[in-house]
Design a protein. Structure first.
Length: 202
């Protein structure tokens, strides 16, 4: 978990130096084996959501500057989304990568909550029919999705505004190179445009 977050923050820092705290290192505590640490700069933050226009511009810059070193979707190390480990295995196909990712979350849900009537069948339909139907066209007929660096766990608790600079900052990252809208739960208006609303629902 710590190694993945350290690499995530270091990777964002390499393309957007003022957007994350400086990560210095991580490791296992000698006095308490099995306990790990991550050393970062302290962030003095204003407890409010950053200015939306400024924040959107910075995210856009991250996506433009953070190019996948392999040209594929994934990340060099597993990362964690809460307690869920994301393997981030490299894949050239967005539909396949997304399906693997959402299946990891589904499997974790099943392990914690057990099967819910209708849920198992609904997920199988989603995985076998809905996801391919909506995502495969994004990379069909010459269309290309360029994998870009994404924070991976972007929500209000992992975002703040610096007291010192007034600029937005992000932290607690679990990066991957993915479709740029993955953590926004939205897909941008792309061909085929008539399926845009369906991709948003997905």
């Amino acid at each position: 978990m710590m190694e993945g977050e350290f690499l995530s923050l270091s990777t964002i820092k390499s393309v957007m130096p003022d957007f994350v705290p400086q990560p210095y290192g991580w490791g296992e505590c000698k006095s308490t084996p099995g306990t790990y640490f991550l050393v970062l700069d302290f962030l003095d933050l204003i407890a409010e959501i950053p200015d939306p226009a400024t924040f959107a511009r910075l995210l856009s810059d991250l996506h433009k500057k953070g190019e996948s070193p392999t040209g594929m979707f994934g990340f060099p190390l597993p990362t964690c989304h809460g307690k869920i480990i994301q393997p981030n295995t490299w894949d050239s196909n967005w539909c396949r990568y997304f399906t693997r990712l959402i299946t990891i979350f589904y499997d974790a849900d099943m392990a914690i909550n057990g099967p819910i009537p209708g849920y198992v069948e609904a997920f199988e339909t989603l995985k076998k029919h809905v996801i391919p139907r909506l995502l495969e066209p994004l990379q069909a007929e010459g269309r290309v999705i360029k994998p870009c660096l994404v924070h991976g766990d972007l929500w209000e608790e992992n975002v703040g505004t610096s007291v010192n600079t007034g600029e937005p900052l992000v932290y607690d990252a679990s990066c991957s190179y993915a479709h740029h809208d993955i953590y926004l739960l939205r897909f941008s208006l792309r061909e085929p445009t008539e399926e845009w609303d369906d991709r948003n629902l997905l």
